[in-house]
Design a protein. Sequence first.
Length: 248
Amino acid sequence: MLTPILLSLCFSQPGDGSAITPEPREEAWWLQRVTKIQNEVDNSKKNADIIFVGDSITQGWEGAGDAVWDNAFKKYGALNLGIGGDRTEHVLWRLEHGHLDGIEPQLAVVMIGTNNFGGGQDSIDEVYEGVVAVVNKLTEEISGVHVLLLDIFPRGESFNKMRGDILQVNQALQATYSDVKNVTFLPIGDRFLEHDGTISKKIMPDFLHLSSKGYQQWADAITPTISTLLGPTQSIAHPATGIVVQGK
């Protein structure tokens, strides 16, 4: 029997390559990852207060960042919706085909767009429009959600053209969301840079993906804002068993 995801793929039409046109990918491993996320979404039973939306850098919370994730975000029932190599159009397709079904997160942490430069050949304007489309999709589909939009992280050992393009997208996003009630733009990319503007292999071993130390810096950068938006968590004893669980 075909799953809903497989059925969606069967009837999907090829996209035009646009950063704002929802489009699936054809790799078997990608479909496996999509299905894995769908199962986690289905099993969350609306207990996820936070979702993380993005590409391989977000997916890496399950790899190099797993210990940091457990310490910082597990208490929120956080779901990881990151898939390696995804561009904005792929995220849009996933958000339209099940990855938001039945969940009611209070907060969506978004970091997407680097693959539109690295894996695709989109212009600065197209990448900006793609990120905005992802934010719009989240706020349209999830009632009352607040989007914590992060800047596209710097990449490459030292400053280069792609970093300059990324910087322009980030500046445009910051201007767009400087005073939007349900969106907070939080630029944290500079935290990954050395004083001379280079990136250390201790933070990004390949000058793109984060190490465990890099994920700790990411968590440290956003947890104060998360606490402000959601309120602090506290331990609550289950009335019947006395077992301590996490709640707000």
